[in-house]
Design a protein around this ligand. Sequence first.
Ligand code: MLT
Ligand code: MN
Ligand code: ZN
Length: 344
Amino acid sequence: MIVRVLGAAAGGGLPQWNCGCPNCGSARGGDERVAPRTQSSVAVSADGRSWTLLNASPDIRQQIHAFPPLGPGRRLRGSGIRAVVLTDAEIDHSLGLLLMREAKRLVVYTTPAVREALTTGHPLLPTLGAYCEVEWRRIGVEPGREEARLDGLDFPCTAFDVPGDPPSYSRRPPTMGDVVGLELAASGGPGERGTVAGDGDEEGPDGAETLVYVPGTGAIDARLRARIARSRVTLLDGTFWTNEEMSTVGQGGRTAADMHHLPVSGSGGSLERLSALHGVRRIYVHINNTNPVLMEGSSERRAVEEAGFEVAYDGMEIRLGEHVDVTEGRTPRRAAARVGRRAE
Ligand code: MLT
Ligand code: MN
Ligand code: ZN
C-alpha cells in the first residue's frame, strides 16, 4: 500500500493568503526551513494505479498536478482517483470536490452527519450533483454506532467517531459522525477485533499492517490510543502546538479546544499521550500555519523529533504491506518544492 501526503497543512495552507505570522512570512520569503504546504489531503493506493483520496482540499488541482498518477495519464480523459472519503465536512477537507466537477462520476464516502452538513449547511453535494453524477456511499458512523466498515474500497477500511463538532457554517448541534478517523489495512482483512493491549508492537486485525488517519480530533481517549498503538503508521492531528496559538499571532480568540484539535504540546497533549509508542511511525498532518513545528530547527520541532515523531510535508510517501510501484511519480520533495514556488 502506498500512502501519499498530498497536503500536510491545515485550513489556509502555508503560507496562508492573509497571514503574516513567522511561519507564513518565512515560507513566503522562500526560507528553506519552512517548506510551503498545501491543505489537508492524502491519497492511498493498494496497487499504485487506483487511488482513493482521504479528503479533497481546495488545493486539489495543484496536488493532482504534482502527482501524475492522479491525473489522466495516457487517456484522453480520466483520472487515477476512484473514490473520495471525507473525514468531516470542513471547507479544507471538502471544497476540492467542487473542483472535480468535470468528472463524469464521483464516488464519495461520508457519514450521514457530513452528508447533511454538505447538503443543507453548505450545499456542496447538491451543487456538485448539477455537474456530474455523484455516487454517495454511507459511512455508517451515526448516533448509536461509533465504528463502521467502508465497503467497496480497494483495501479494508474502518471509520470511527472522534471528538469534534460540525463546521462553523452548520448551525445544528454536534452529532456522532461529524468527525471520524480512519483505520486502513494494508493486506488481509479486518476481521473481529482481538484484545488490544501493549504499546506499539501490536499488529492490526488479522495481522495486517494498519494505518490510522486522524487529521482532526479533540482528544485521544483509551480506544483511540489503543488503535494507534496497534498501527504501523499513524497520521495524526498536528494542527496546533498550544491551545492559545491562534490568538498569539492575532488570528482571533478561538482556542484549539474550541476547534476540537488536541494540541501537540503540554500536559495531556498528543506528544505526551503517544510518547511511549516507539514501534509506531507517528506523523503529524493537518498542521496549522501558526504551528512552530513547521520551522525546521525550532525548539518545538526538535522536541517532536527527539520524541520520535515526524512532521509531514507535501509529497511525503509511506509504504506499508506489500511493495507496489507508482509508474509516473516524481521525486516527492522536488515536486512539492516546485508546486510551492508556483503557488506564490
Ligand atoms: C478545522 O480543522 O477545525 C477547520 O478546518 C478550521 C477552519 O478552517 O475553519
Ligand atoms: Mn481543518
Ligand atoms: Zn500564518
